[in-house]
Write a protein that binds this ligand. Structure first.
Ligand code: FEO
Length: 178
């Protein structure tokens, strides 16, 4: 079982994860509009990852006999100022998500809710990976600066990214690896 406070905090995280998906969908769309199809692919894979993160929380709340309460999702920005702007905003967003996961973990620890603490450990590890990936791409974009050839090479590299999370949630995702 989870406390009402933990239940509410986990519900809020579901909203944040779905907003993350929405934000990356907007970035994928913008990338397509400026001809960066590799970036568009990378962000659409990110969209799937975020929906998976949301679904893991959704299933965990159910598994603990909690109540899922879905909230409104904010509108993401319609446009960005190029790839470095998108990746910088992605990193800032992920840092906010990391703080949010840390806050959830603090609640779990203060309530001696060991099941939720163990569940959240997956997200703590995932956030380290997400921030590292974003920082790697930002570093490459800074090296590339205004070099179109370098940007096209990076775009081709990002086109290779494939989703590793389940895309069909109808049978549940809790047994899947993300
Ligand atoms: Fe679900 Fe990108 O954190």
């Amino acid at each position: 079982m989870i406390s009402d406070k933990m239940n509410a905090a986990l519900n809020s995280q579901v909203t944040k994860e779905i907003y993350s998906a929405y934000l990356y969908m907007a970035m994928s769309s913008y990338s397509n509009s400026i001809g960066l199809k590799g970036f568009a692919n990378w962000f659409m894979v990110q969209y799937h990852e975020e929906m998976f993160h949301a679904m893991k929380l959704y299933e965990y709340i159910h598994s603990q006999s909690g109540a899922v309460a879905l909230k409104a999702i904010d509108e993401p920005p319609p446009a960005f100022e190029g790839p470095l702007d998108m990746m910088t905003k992605t990193l800032a967003h992920e840092q906010m998500v990391t703080r949010s996961i840390n806050d959830l973990m603090d609640i779990a620890i203060s309530e001696k809710d060991h099941a939720t603490r163990i569940f959240l450990q997956w997200y703590v590890t995932e956030q380290v990976e997400e921030e590292e990936n974003d920082n790697d791409i930002i570093d490459q974009l800074k090296l590339i600066k205004d070099n179109p050839q370098g940007l096209m090479m990076l775009d081709r590299e990002l086109a290779q990214r494939a989703a590793t999370v389940p895309l069909d949630f109808s049978k549940g995702v809790s047994a899947s690896e993300g």
